[in-house]
Design a protein around this ligand. Structure first.
Ligand SMILES: N[C@@H](CCC(=O)N[C@@H](CS)C(=O)NCC(=O)O)C(=O)O
Length: 384
């Protein structure tokens, strides 16, 4: 007998539920985090009735990953999921204590989650013919009839506003080659970005480098052939706990003295060459929008929660003209670097800023602009 007056409660017992799919970039981030920390969870796809009945009404859009905790708390967003568990205490904190590693960690996380979305989406959808069977099996897998087809069409329709065009594709492929070459040298010497355990930098980079680039046949083939150490890091990131038997000298600690591994420096230069002027142009676009609209604190950034971009900006990617959607979410990510800097002593701040200047990343911090972006009730809002 069912009790129709019973409230809608989670039905999964004593562990968190992760709503996501195996081929999703941002679900991969949350899954790697949970596995590394040894947090028990069960995973459900979006085809589970609870996703439609309980999760979507709460988060107001169809997006993954979502974690629902045993007490019914619903958390959307890979960053927020990490922060939720960090606040409870985890064996391998994703946030370095050293200010330089922490600020660089946020910028690397941003590059992975946002910058490399372009690479990920290009390799997934521009090689459709070579990957059709693989993609179809992923997207249609046990989804109700026709739903997989629809999601595939929607995802591939995002390419133009992500700046994936005939003109930018050669630059994107060159960039992927460079990232792999740099990271291959790095991961031959270190198990994770800053040493013996994964940080937000690893969690940002694993998004594109697992779900799309480390898994879809064409880019995964390139990775395995040209960058075996990167492939091994992908495997390591998806394993439970720390998985670094090749590096017995590391014991779960980050490099001492807030040091930056030498092998990482070329990646920072690569990022600087690619993140600008796009990031600066996007921030300028948002500055103008704020100036014009003067939104009050808490105003959602767009009319509908599923609309992430507030406009399109003309910019450049590695010297190639490109149009790109401006997502205020980027401020939500990068603000953490500002906050880490604000918590520093004057001496530490000088050291961090001098380092950022040397590698060309000083403009990656949004700084004081008279607004920020927060997430409230699962949607991005202007913060004043
Ligand atoms: N900022 C979000 C992004 C999540 C996201 O974009 N998820 C994709 C799947 S990997 C999605 O659900 N997209 C649905 C859509 O855009 O229609 C996070 O970090 O969780």
């Amino acid at each position: 007998m069912t009790d129709s007056t019973a409230p809608e409660t989670p039905d999964h017992g004593s562990v968190p539920v992760l709503y996501g799919v195996p081929h999703s970039l941002y679900t991969g981030i949350a899954r790697c985090y949970l596995r590394t920390q040894g947090i028990g969870y069960v995973e459900r796809t979006t085809a589970h009735p609870a996703y439609t009945d309980r999760i979507m009404p709460a988060i107001k859009r169809g997006i993954i990953p979502v974690v629902e905790t045993p007490d019914g708390t619903i958390i959307q967003d890979s960053l927020d999921i990490i922060d939720h568990f960090e606040a409870q205490g985890v064996p391998y904190s994703a946030y370095p204590a050293g200010p330089l590693q922490r600020v660089l960690g946020v910028i690397l996380q941003y590059y992975g989650m946002q910058g490399m979305l372009r690479h990920a989406m290009h390799y997934r959808w521009s090689y459709r013919e070579q990957q059709e069977a693989f993609l179809r099996s992923a997207f249609s897998s046990r989804a109700p009839d026709g739903r997989g087809e629809k999601v595939m069409a929607r995802m591939s329709s995002y390419l133009p506003r992500l700046g994936v065009t005939e003109a930018t594709i050669p630059a994107i492929e060159q960039s992927y080659g460079e990232v792999l070459a740099i990271l291959n040298r790095h991961f031959a010497e270190h198990p994770y970005v800053f040493g013996g355990r994964p940080t937000i930098a690893d969690y940002g980079l694993i998004g594109p480098l697992f779900a799309h680039l480390g898994r879809d046949p064409v880019p995964a083939g390139i990775m395995k052939t040209n960058a075996p150490w990167v492939f091994r890091w992908v495997e390591r990131m998806t394993a439970p706990g720390l998985d670094a038997p090749e590096f017995p000298e590391y014991d779960g600690d980050l490099m001492a003295g807030d040091a930056v591994p030498e092998t990482l420096v070329p990646l920072l230069g690569h990022m600087a060459g690619e993140m600008f002027p796009e990031l600066t142009d996007k921030l300028a676009f948002m500055d103008a929008l704020i100036e014009q609209r003067q939104p009050a604190d808490g105003t959602p950034v767009s009319e509908k929660p599923h609309q992430r971009a507030v406009g399109i900006v003309d910019t450049h990617f590695r010297g190639v003209p490109v149009q790109a959607g401006v997502e205020p979410y980027l401020v939500y990510v990068l603000r953490r670097a500002d906050r880490a800097l604000a918590a520093c002593t004057a001496e530490e701040r000088d050291r961090v800023l001098a380092f950022l200047g040397e590698v060309g990343l000083e403009q990656a911090l949004p700084g004081d602009r008279g607004y920020s972006v927060d997430r409230r009730d699962h949607v991005e809002v202007w913060q004043r």
